[in-house]
Design a protein around this ligand. Structure first.
Ligand code: ASP
Length: 342
């Protein structure tokens, strides 16, 4: 007899499970069991659901790589026993966590679907129920006895995205996420429509491997007209920096003021990788297209192509954590490892 898929629901925190504090009026986390009581519909799904909660659920603004390691450990421990995972997470930093997990879990052949909500599950107008129920349904989808989705996804407001392609774009609308450089993997309407061509094809012969070593001593610098060289020099003088993500203009351009370029060259001399990502929400870095990016290309700045800033940060932490040799670092970063760049 065919058994129903078994899904592990992991609760890390976030609005979905929050309640208004009686005294302050601010939203804070509440008990996971209480959360489940609000959705009796879960019993109607064609799968069994196990649950596991962070000991102290957090607002995702407090997320950090140590929690990513905890999450990866939970997935590693339960990987062989369940058919898929749904991770409940605050929306604020969901794209960062989900991107990080996409790199930490190599040869993933089962779904890890992140979701959350803009309104708490107890709220009358909540978006939590649909997000949670459909995420579980997606995680439980099977074809010929194998999970249909075999990657880290992010489901929010009727759309399933490749997680490492997403960015939170709205703090008000239920449609809080966008994936501007990659199509949605699935859309939920009257039917659940899967974009087959966009799905990642797993290599099921390879064993899933978890990488937990992440290097956090990195810096994200967003260029803006008026940014002073004094500030840049001060930031870059830190002895501890191991890598820099540079958010540049348009297709990867920044001022070609010699003092700025010299500051970057000094970093390169210290063998510190610099990743060029665009501050545009969509489109790609293309160094050399304009004069204002030629020098960057020459000094060996790495092209983030059409990667999101969230995924660039996660990939940098991951690759630095693997102590990849500096010779292959650029090639590896510029290669799509988990479908994070085109
Ligand atoms: N501040 C919340 C969090 O990220 C917002 C949310 O869950 O949507 O944890």
């Amino acid at each position: 007899m065919k058994t129903m898929p078994n899904i592990l629901l992991i609760y890390t925190g976030g609005t979905i499970g929050m309640i208004k504090d009686f005294e302050t009026g601010a939203l804070r986390n509440f008990n996971f069991d209480d959360l489940l009581k609000h959705i009796p519909e879960l019993k109607l799904l064609d799968c069994t659901i196990e649950t596991q909660s962070f000991e102290s659920p957090i607002d995702s603004s407090n997320m950090n790589p140590s929690y990513w390691q905890d999450l990866a450990s939970i997935i590693e421990t339960r990987y062989d026993e369940v058919d898929g995972f749904v991770v409940l997470h605050g929306s604020d930093t969901m794209s960062y966590t989900a991107s990080a997990l996409s790199f930490m879990l190599e040869n993933l052949a089962k779904p890890v679907i992140f979701t959350g909500s803009q309104l708490p599950i107890g709220d009358l107008r909540t978006d939590a129920k649909e997000n949670l129920i459909t995420s579980i349904q997606i995680a439980a989808l099977q074809e010929k006895g194998k999970p249909k989705i075999a990657e880290v996804g992010l489901y929010f407001e009727y759309k399933l995205y490749r997680a490492n392609r997403t960015t939170k774009i709205n703090a008000e609308h239920f449609e809080a996420f966008a994936s501007l450089n990659y199509p949605a993997l699935a859309e939920s309407g009257v039917h659940l429509s899967i974009n087959e061509a966009a799905l990642r094809i797993p290599n099921r012969r390879r064993k899933m491997k978890v990488y937990k070593s992440l290097e956090s001593q990195i810096l994200l610098v967003k260029m803006f007209p008026g940014l002073t060289i004094d500030i840049i020099t001060h930031l870059f003088s830190s002895e501890t920096i191991k890598g820099v993500v540079l958010e540049t203009f348009g297709s990867g351009n920044m001022t070609n003021d010699p003092s700025f370029l010299e500051a970057l060259r000094m970093l390169r001399k210290r063998n510190i990788p610099i990743i060029n990502v665009t501050q545009c929400s969509g489109g790609s870095v293309s160094m050399g297209l304009y004069e204002t990016s030629v020098a960057l290309k020459k000094m060996g700045v790495i092209s983030g192509k059409d990667i999101t800033t969230e995924a660039a940060i996660a990939k940098l932490m991951y690759l630095l954590g693997q102590e990849v040799s500096m010779d292959s670092f650029k090639t590896l970063f510029e290669t799509s490892l988990r479908g994070e760049m085109t």
